[in-house]
Design a protein around this ligand. Structure first.
Ligand code: PLP
Length: 441
């Protein structure tokens, strides 16, 4: 459960259903040694790309969230990374969930999470998905058009609604969402009235300030706009609104996160302190998922074009985990992990570097991961390790040319026995222990 009235982390560990079959747990290694041990162990022959999911990082992020915004429940946005083990860990840590489709709802329910911990936060849903939500008791969703109201009235009339408004400013965010979703100011009153006439209850307002929002002020402007929607509902004599959904956009970089949290807290305090029984929720994706996953890939091919240029092929690429280079304005900077000729110095410290191009494995020339990267002289069967690979990576990967992101194995790193190295306080370490136990049942 999530506790509203204090800043420390609380959890109930109750997970059922199957944890990702591709997961192996190795509790004793720190991140670096752990990756090394996989490369030299289980992946020595197969040399397939793999992910490491770090439980300790999830716990610390949840702790950071709870301390920064103690009264705002996170509904983790499953779209960002639907890895089953990761969802299980989030559920065990007390997160609720933002699902965008029938299949995401199924995935979360299969963990034993109750439907009242899910918001169907897609403003435009297929009728069949709405019917499914009704059948399993997911009773809260977002909307921003009268056509959506009509579908919900027909297929899920008991569903509570949040009006998704277009955030007034998405400046500084990496991916703007207002081009596609969100009611405009002049649309608000007619939509509220249409929903009311359809017999539906609008409980509140949601917005999204754009993904990877770097300017904290955008939250303030959006919270103020949400308040004006609450006021409009009151002026229209509609039932009192009581839910504010501040969406996602949060980044895990501590300074940016703290600034965003502080902007949110002060805006909620300024504009909503006179709203009784207010519930504030959020839909963070990137904040929780990005730092938690590390990707290791193998060099599967090499060509030396000249003394100045090396070209490498790796076994994951633009059509796979690295699609964010195209879709998510992503830049990457992998660490070489040379195990063929540099076994004693895998990080190639002190070795000369060469201008390098790195291609993905498919036959499309668009599948070029990086150009102009300085890398040591790598060999076929060496590795590259990419950090911060949890947000919008596998989720948007394809099966192009038969390279499937869904087949990539995930290893679970549990640092609970390495408390000193991870500088964990006793509460957090204790929580990891309980989480690991739950993940293994
Ligand atoms: N909520 C909704 C409705 C979204 O569309 C998204 C991302 O597209 C998110 C939450 C998660 O956003 P972020 O990853 O920026 O936190």
């Amino acid at each position: 459960f999530w506790s509203d009235d204090h800043g420390s982390l609380q959890t109930t560990i109750s997970i059922r259903g199957e944890i990702d079959k591709n997961v192996t747990t190795h509790p004793d290694d720190s991140s670096f040694d752990f990756i090394h041990s996989i490369i030299n162990g289980e992946q020595r022959e197969t040399k397939e790309p793999f992910y490491v999911l770090d439980l300790g990082v999830i716990v610390r992020l949840m702790d950071g969230w709870t301390r920064a915004m103690p009264s705002i429940r996170p509904y983790y946005a499953v779209k960002c990374n639907p890895n089953h083990s990761f969802l299980a860990a989030m559920a065990a840590l007390g997160a609720n969930f933002d699902c965008a489709s029938k299949s995401e709802i199924e995935s979360v329910l299969s963990l034993g999470v109750s439907p009242d911990r899910i918001i169907f936060a897609n403003p435009c849903k297929a009728e069949s998905h709405i019917r499914y939500a009704a059948s399993v008791g997911v009773n809260m969703t977002t909307f921003d058009s009268k056509y959506e109201i009509e579908k919900i009235r027909k297929w899920h009339p008991k569903c509570g609604l949040l009006l998704r408004v277009k955030a007034p400013d998405e400046g500084g965010s990496k991916m703007q969402l207002g081009v596609k979703y969100g009611a405009l100011v002049y649309e608000v009153a007619p939509l509220l009235q249409t929903a009311h006439s359809a017999g539906l209850t609008v409980y509140g307002v949601s917005f999204h300030v754009g993904s990877a929002a770097c300017h904290p002020e955008v939250y303030e402007a959006a919270v103020l706009m949400a308040k004006s929607v609450f006021d409009t509902a009151a002026q229209l004599g509609l039932p009192e609104m009581k839910t504010l959904d501040i969406g996602g956009g949060f980044m895990a970089e501590p300074e940016i996160f703290e600034a965003a949290a502080s902007a949110v807290n002060s805006a909620v305090e300024t504009y909503f302190s006179n709203v009784p029984n207010l519930t504030v929720i959020a839909e963070p994706g990137r904040y929780f998922a990005e730092p938690v996953f590390t990707l290791a890939v193998t060099v599967i091919g090499k060509r030396v074009r000249s003394d100045e240029l090396r070209e490498y092929w790796i076994n994951d690429g633009i059509y796979g985990s690295l699609n964010g280079i195209i879709y998510d304005c992503r830049t990457v900077n992998p660490t070489p992990f040379a195990v063929t000729s540099q076994a004693g110095n895998p990080l190639c410290k002190g070795l000369p570097t060469y201008c390098s191009t790195v291609f993905g494995p498919t036959c499309d020339s668009l599948d070029t991961v990086m150009r102009g990267l300085e890398l040591p002289d790598l060999e076929v069967n060496d590795w590259l390790v990419f950090g911060n690979m949890g947000a919008y990576t596998t989720a948007a990967g394809s099966e192009f040319n038969g390279f499937s992101t869904s087949a990539i194995r995930t290893y679970l790193l549990n640092p609970s026995t390495d408390r000193e190295a991870f500088n964990l306080d006793a509460d957090v370490a204790n929580l990891i222990d309980r989480l690991s136990e739950a993940m293994q049942t």
